[in-house]
Design a protein around this ligand. Structure first.
Ligand code: GTR
Length: 323
C-alpha cells in the first residue's frame, strides 16, 4: 500500500523536468513549535525535498516558535492567502470544518493504531477534502500522541482532583465542556499565551502531550503531570486554497508528493520524541502519575461525546468499527 520514497521522488523529478519553466515559489509555513520538534523538522524535510526536486525553485521558509502568533490566526492568514501553509492541531480546525470535531472528542480512539487507520483511510481522506470549503487544502496528517493534564498544585489521580482547578484548553468549545464535565473549569487560551497564564496564576494548569509540555517548558511552572490520555487529537498541515488555485498542476503534484513523505517522516520522529520527552520530564523532577485508572475519566466525559458527537453518529460508528 505505501508508496516508496524512491517512487515519489522519481515521479516528482520527472514531472519537474518535463514541465515548462515555472516561476519560483517560496512557501511560507508557520508552526507554534520550535525547530527541532517533530512537526517543524518534518516541514523542513519537505522543503528540502521540494528544493532538491526543483533545483531550488520551490522552497519552504518556516516561521516557527509562534513568530506569527497562535494557530487560529495562522489558519486565518492561510485562508486569506497571506501565508501559504501552516501546521496546526485538529483541535482548532473543528470551528472551521465541524466534521473534524469527531477527532476532538475525549476518548474517541482506543489506540494509536486505530487513530492511524482512521486518518490513513477513507475517513481521514474525506475530511481533508472537506477543508477546501473552508479555503484550505489538506496536505496530510501528523501524529501528536495523547494529551494529559498538568497543573501547578497537586497530583491528579481522579476527576475529583480537578475540582475548582482552572485548566487552559485549546480554542474549541468541546474542550471547555470536557474539562467542565470532569469537574474543573476549562478556559480557552491561545498556546502562545499559556506559559505566562500559568506563571501568573490566570490558570492552574493545562493539558498536552509530553513533547509539548516538555518543549514549551510548561513543567517549570506546572510540575504535576497525570497520564490520563483523555484526547488523541491528530494534527494537519494545510495549504492556502487561494494560492493553490494559482499553482500549475506540476507544482501541486510536487507539493503533494513531498507532503506524503513529510507526514511519514513526522510519524517516525514523533515516536522517538515522545520517549525522549518523558525521559527529560523525569530528569527534571516532574511528578508523573502513570497507570491512572481511566474509567472514571471516560465515564465523566460521556456527556461530551454524546452532545458533540450527536450530529456525527454514522462517522463515529465507522471510527468505532475501525481496527
Ligand atoms: C500541541 C500542538 C499544537 C497546539 C498546542 C496547544 O500539542 O502540537 O499544535 O495545538 O498543543 O495546546 O495549543
Amino acid at each position: 500500500m505505501t508508496v516508496s520514497i524512491r517512487k515519489l521522488t522519481l515521479a516528482a523529478v520527472a514531472a519537474a523536468a518535463t514541465a515548462a519553466p515555472a516561476s519560483a515559489l517560496e512557501i511560507k509555513s508557520s508552526d507554534v513549535h520550535p525547530m527541532g520538534y517533530p512537526t517543524t523538522d518534518a516541514i523542513e524535510y519537505m522543503g528540502q525535498l521540494l528544493s532538491d526536486w526543483t533545483n531550488g525553485r520551490i522552497t519552504i521558509k518556516i516561521f516557527h516558535s509562534m513568530q506569527l502568533g497562535g494557530e487560529k490566526e495562522a489558519l486565518e492568514q492561510v485562508q486569506l492567502g497571506a501565508l501559504e501553509m501552516t501546521r496546526v492541531s485538529v483541535g482548532v480546525v473543528g470551528p472551521i470544518v465541524p466534521d473534524f470535531n469527531v477527532f476532538n472528542l475525549p476518548y474517541v480512539f482506543r489506540s494509536l493504531d486505530q487513530m492511524h487507520n482512521v486518518v490513513d483511510g477513507e475517513i481521514g481522506t474525506a475530511l481533508l477534502d472537506k477543508l477546501s470549503a473552508g479555503g484550505l487544502i489538506g496536505l496530510g496528517y501528523m501524529d501528536a500522541g495523547s494529551r494529559s493534564f498538568y497543573n501547578k498544585t497537586k497530583a491528579i489521580e481522579t476527576p475529583a482532583d480537578l475540582a475548582g482547578m482552572k485548566i487552559r484548553v485549546m480554542q474549541n468549545p468541546i474542550f471547555v465542556d470536557m474539562v467542565n464535565a470532569l469537574g474543573g473549569n476549562g478556559l480557552p487560551i491561545a498556546y502562545n499565551e499559556l506559559y505566562t497564564a500559568m506563571q501568573t496564576g490566570v490558570v492552574d494548569g493545562a493539558e498536552n502531550n509530553p513533547p509539548s509540555y516538555e518543549s514549551g517548558k510548561h513543567y517549570e511552572v506546572a510540575g504535576y503531570y497525570t497520564i490520563d490520555e483523555h484526547l488523541m487529537v491528530p494534527e494537519i498541515f494545510v495549504f492556502s486554497k487561494k494560492v493553490w488555485d494559482t499553482l500549475d498542476e506540476v507544482d501541486r503534484q510536487l507539493i503533494r508528493n513531498a507532503s506524503v513523505l513529510a507526514a511519514r517522516k513526522e510519524r517516525e520522529l514523533w515516536a522517538a520524541r515522545e520517549k525522549a520527552s518523558m525521559d527529560i520530564l523525569r530528569e527534571k523532577g516532574v511528578t508523573i502519575v502513570e497507570n491512572v485508572d481511566k474509567t472514571p475519566f471516560i465515564e465523566a466525559t460521556k456527556s461530551v461525546r454524546e452532545k458533540h458527537g450527536a450530529d456525527y453518529a454514522d462517522l463515529l460508528k465507522r471510527i468505532e468499527a475501525t481496527k
